[in-house]
Design a binder for this molecule. Structure first.
Ligand SMILES: C[S@@+](CC[C@H](N)C(=O)[O-])C[C@H]1O[C@@H](n2cnc3c(N)ncnc32)[C@H](O)[C@@H]1O
Length: 222
């Protein structure tokens, strides 16, 4: 999938929005450049616009503790950690030790690295081992298990807490008939549609689904 396929909004509009939004650090830029040049599927990085919205929410909701599912090369983890207060914490889970090594090599250069705890393992195994509540849960891995991740975390939110499901529009596949969805995207599309519908069916939640990048689903309890 190319980065253009993932872009739901006109590229020039997207660029204009980025230019008028707060930016993550130059270390995040370094992660992006390195990932684009050297790592598989660099379009998986959340990028600048999504980072600015996450940062805005972190400040507005006074987020102190974040759980991220899907570290990859560490871009979103660092972009969010940069916006946390000094005593904030971001726990991030991934199964890939190679991309994790890359993430750590860039985080080491950041004054915000001490806020990041990186866990290697399958999110389904690791989330139940974690203690305490989360102010923000960012789901960005293993789309087929999104419903499981939602179920594992929705009752672990702090009173003001939120879940953000990334890629909730999956390049627009969520509104296509099955025959029109590329073969390799079908199973993930099923997982994403399942969690989108489950979340939307609950009247105890306050929701906002946004067509930013590949879709962001903002979820909090009423
Ligand atoms: C979309 S990328 C994350 C991108 C990252 N959030 C960013 O924006 O920089 C998804 C990551 O999920 C990881 N992953 C896949 N299955 C997983 C699982 N079952 N548990 C934890 N991580 C998983 C992959 O190894 C990959 O690094």
């Amino acid at each position: 999938m190319s980065s253009n396929e993932m872009m739901l909004v006109d590229e020039k509009i997207n660029q204009y929005c980025i230019e008028h939004s707060s930016q993550p650090s130059s270390i995040c830029d370094e992660i992006e450049s390195y990932t684009k040049a050297n790592v598989y599927s660099p379009q998986m990085l959340i990028g600048k616009l999504e980072s600015s919205l996450l940062g805005f929410l972190i400040h507005t909701a006074k987020v102190k503790r974040i759980l991220e599912v899907g570290t990859y090369t560490g871009y979103s983890a660092l972009a969010m950690a940069e916006q946390l207060p000094q005593d904030g914490e971001l726990i991030t889970i991934d199964i890939n030790s190679e991309t994790n090594k890359i993430a750590r090599s860039f985080w080491e250069k950041s004054p915000h690295s001490s806020k990041i705890t990186s866990i290697m393992g399958k999110a389904l195994d690791e989330i139940p081992k974690l203690q305490g509540q989360f102010d923000l849960v960012f789901l960005d891995a293993d789309k087929r298990n999104y419903t499981n991740y939602f179920n594992l975390t929705i009752d672990r939110l702090s009173p003001n807490g939120m879940i953000i499901i990334d890629n909730c529009l999956w390049s627009g596949n969520v509104i296509k008939e099955e025959k029109d969805i590329p073969e390799k995207a079908r199973k993930s599309t099923v997982g994403i549609k399942e969690v989108n519908d489950l979340v939307a069916s609950r009247d105890d939640l306050y929701l906002s689904m946004l067509p930013i990048r590949d879709g962001m689903f903002l979820i909090r309890k009423k």
